[in-house]
Design a protein around this ligand. Structure first.
Ligand code: ACM
Length: 750
């Protein structure tokens, strides 16, 4: 009986890392479980602790036995000699109605994990492993009862291994860490213009040539003309996974409850393929095109042969076919593509792309697989059963879900872990954008009203890690942690149970866990964020001081001096009228940490005054529309923060109406530059004055002194001395010499 139902694993050795400072039991799990009831006492996890599992959960038991720092299996089928055990039990639907949930019960005399499915049992094991890693003494596991189930079934991370290559050994570690946070999908971006990374036996040039490039760094490669090298060339950078490597990863992930979804990018982002098989491009010449020729039948036969090998390696229901950012220009001029548009009765190049995606869907469907693609696959009509990954905001996902398609939400503003996670001045270079851990945490992947039918199409959420600027594994961890735990809670924990303050409290415990696993996480910044709130009636500013530090000691001054250990201690928001220069810093053991933050909190003369736009602001970056430039709020480091207003490809030209003739001393306004996303500081700014709002005179010009090639995030204030002139209208013109974006946040008048 026992032999049929259970197998036994005996464990060797517990752990030895002892933390003496604090021995309180710790229940700070991330993601937060659905129900958690602390008990009394601890389970003592020793060398002789045995694991007992129902037959169907034997591989899950092995996962538990194989994990941990020093645990090994003596004999997989040895009868336990110790009275205390960890049981992983399969239970009936009566005992556990929700097949996705697990129960974890930790008592002094034993641990039980109950579940109905392997995925749920693995989640239970991961909770236990995380609890163990959170304890000051990892042999003492606190008694507790947990009932838990996920909010979303798709909880993903996409890793780009084309821009930079990461070896199999590291991918396994990455999967281990993902599993610990109950991330269950690894979207493997295996191919892109920067290198093909998967062995395809029918097309050996993909890995002997297209997997290698001249220049390890992204910029270095670009500066070298984006040339591909050959394996073995002394100057080649790159690498690829053999099919055996990929199978090994698939199996390793599966044991941890993680599905690997391969992405084979098409029709764009395919420079590397077309360099080695140029006959598949519109020009037929290497280094000419990024997109496959979609009028050429050999393109489809190539892709089908590749996908056949891919499906043989990856058992996932989904195969991701990319579909993003295809430049349709070459198709317009290509006789074969135009012929295909005619013969297939297509309207244009958008429909040509859809035609190709539909063909791929039919092919995948014939092999009992489903197609997943980036939201561009909506353009030109969505393939009948496609699932959409919404990355350009949420609108693609909303449209697809309304049309009855499944969706994975991965909008740039919340899910792109290649963006900065702290003040860019303190960070290694990242892609534009600002995504601190709190913003990740704030995301709700279901944009529909509670109870809406469309919600069932929101499969879940995914973090995307593009690696142009992430050259090695240590940097990859830095960009991933602690943002991934935040995303894990977004994906797993019921919306009503989410609470950032509580997450931040629990995160403090996870620093111990991450340190124990030698994870190179991004340390919480010491920089204070000074947040003003303006009360227009009282003409008052209220200041809040925030920090990523947990319960920090913050001191501040209001006179422009650097705070010392004797400066005012921040105990909560404070208010004042008029202007004040706030300087604030975190202190630790009486010492100032990092660089003090400074904010000119300034109730200036133009606050609340109307602004007339002679040229419109950008529809994409309106901020607070007409109120933006005189609302008293300055922008942060993020152009998308709702304070920075954009002006797209033309000059900024606005008039502030002071509503009466006033004595004017200064006018000042800020601009930012972030060339990666096309934002430039204007070539010059001109201020002129008028009393009737029609005829402007007394022009003053300030020229820009920041070069347009300065790619690091840069700010510039243009300041004008008006010397007490009398005027009602102030016109501000900023010259958009680069025809990109101008971004300004406020016109400050004194
Ligand atoms: C993407 O970020 N191009 C999907």
């Amino acid at each position: 009986m026992i032999k049929r139902l259970a197998c036994f694993l005996t464990l060797l050795a517990g752990s030895s890392l002892q933390i003496h400072a604090q021995l309180k039991p710790n229940l700070d799990l991330i993601p937060k479980p659905t129900q958690i009831s602390p008990g009394v006492g601890t389970f003592h996890w020793t060398k002789s602790t045995a694991i007992v599992a129902s037959a169907m959960f034997a591989p899950v038991a092995r996962l538990l036995a194989d994990s941990g720092q020093t645990i090994g299996i003596v004999s997989p089928y040895k009868k336990p000699t110790a009275p205390v055990t960890i049981r992983i039990m399969s239970v009936s639907a009566n005992a556990l109605p929700d097949s996705n949930s697990y129960k974890l019960q930790i008592q002094e005399n034993g641990i039980t994990i109950a579940a109905r499915t392997t995925a749920a049992a693995i989640n239970g094991v991961q909770t236990l492993l995380q609890l163990r890693l959170l304890q000051p003494d990892m042999s003492q596991i606190p008694c507790v009862e947990i009932q838990d189930h996920p909010r979303f079934k798709y909880r993903g991370v996409m890793l780009d291994v084309s821009r930079h290559f990461f070896p199999v050994s590291y991918i396994k570690r990455y999967l281990d860490l993902m599993a610990l946070y109950k991330i269950n999908t690894f979207h493997w971006h295996l191919v892109d213009g920067a290198g093909w990374r998967l062995q395809i036996k029918q097309f050996p040039e993909l890995t002997s040539h297209a997997a290698w490039r001249y220049g390890e760094g992204w910029k270095e490669w670009a500066a070298n003309g984006k040339r591909y090298a050959h394996a073995g060339d002394a100057n080649a950078y790159g690498g690829f996974y053999t099919q055996d490597d990929a199978r090994d990863i698939v199996a390793y992930a599966a044991q941890r409850g993680i599905t690997v979804i391969p992405e084979i990018e098409m029709p764009g982002h395919s420079e590397e393929v077309l360099a080695v098989y140029p006959q598949l491009s519109c020009s037929g010449t290497p280094y000419q095109n990024s997109e496959f020729c979609l009028g050429n039948d050999s393109t489809y036969s190539f892709l089908e042969k590749v996908l056949t090998e891919v499906m043989d390696i990856f058992p996932s229901q989904y195969i991701h076919i990319g579909g993003d950012e295809a430049n349709k220009k070459a198709w317009k001029a290509c006789p074969k593509c135009q012929e295909r548009i005619r013969t297939a009765h297509l309207k244009d190049e958008h429909e040509l792309q859809s035609y190709a995606v539909r063909r791929m869907e039919q092919f995948l469907k014939a092999h009992h697989r489903k197609l997943l693609g980036w939201d561009e696959i909506l353009e030109g009509g969505l393939a009948p059963e496609a699932t959409v990954m919404s990355w350009r905001g949420e609108s693609g996902g909303i449209t697809a879900a309304k049309a009855g398609h499944d969706v994975v939400m991965t909008p740039g503003a919340y899910c792109y872990f290649d963006h900065y996670q702290a003040d860019p001045a303190t960070q290694p270079e990242a892609q534009g954008g600002y995504l601190p851990v709190e913003k990740v945490y704030s995301y709700n992947p279901d944009p529909f009203q509670p109870g809406a039918l469309e919600s069932k199409h929101i499969l879940g959420v995914q973090a995307n890690i593009w690696t142009e600027l992430i050259p090695n594994t240590s940097h990859l961890e830095y960009m991933t942690y602690p943002r991934l735990p935040a995303l894990a809670e977004v994906a797993w924990t019921n919306k009503d149970q989410k609470d950032f303050a509580d997450f931040q409290r629990r995160l403090q415990s996870h620093y111990l866990l991450l340190q124990r696993l030698y994870v190179n996480y991004c340390r919480p910044s010491y920089t204070v964020t000074i947040v003003p709130t303006i009360n227009y009636d009282k003409k008052e500013t209220t200041i809040s001081l925030l920090s990523e530090q947990y319960q920090p000691v913050i001191r501040y001054t209001m006179d422009g001096t650097v705070p010392s250990q004797h400066s005012t201690l921040y105990t909560g928001p404070f208010s004042f009228t008029g202007s004040s220069k706030i300087t604030a810093a975190v202190f630790r053991d009486t010492l100032l940490q990092g660089t003090p933050a400074v904010l000119m909190a300034d109730y200036h003369l133009a606050i609340g005054k109307p602004v007339i736009y002679k040229e419109p602001y950008s529809k994409s970056y309106p901020a607070k529309k007409e109120a933006t430039l005189t609302d008293g709020y300055l922008g942060t480091v993020s152009y998308g923060d709702g304070q920075w207003q954009g002006f797209d490809s033309h000059d900024m030209d606005v008039v502030v109406d002071m509503e009466s003739v006033q004595t004017l001393h200064t006018v000042a306004l800020n601009f930012m530059q972030l060339t990666a996303v096309g934002i430039y500081i204007p070539a010059d700014v001109t201020v002129s004055l008028s009393n009737d709002g029609v005829t402007f005179g007394q022009e003053m010009v300030v020229k820009n002194d920041i070069h347009e090639s300065q790619h690091q995030l840069t700010f510039k204030t243009f300041q004008f001395d008006l010397g007490g002139k009398q005027s009602r209208y102030i016109r501000v013109k900023a010259k958009n010499a680069q025809h990109g974006f101008l971004f300004s946040d406020e016109i400050i008048v004194h």
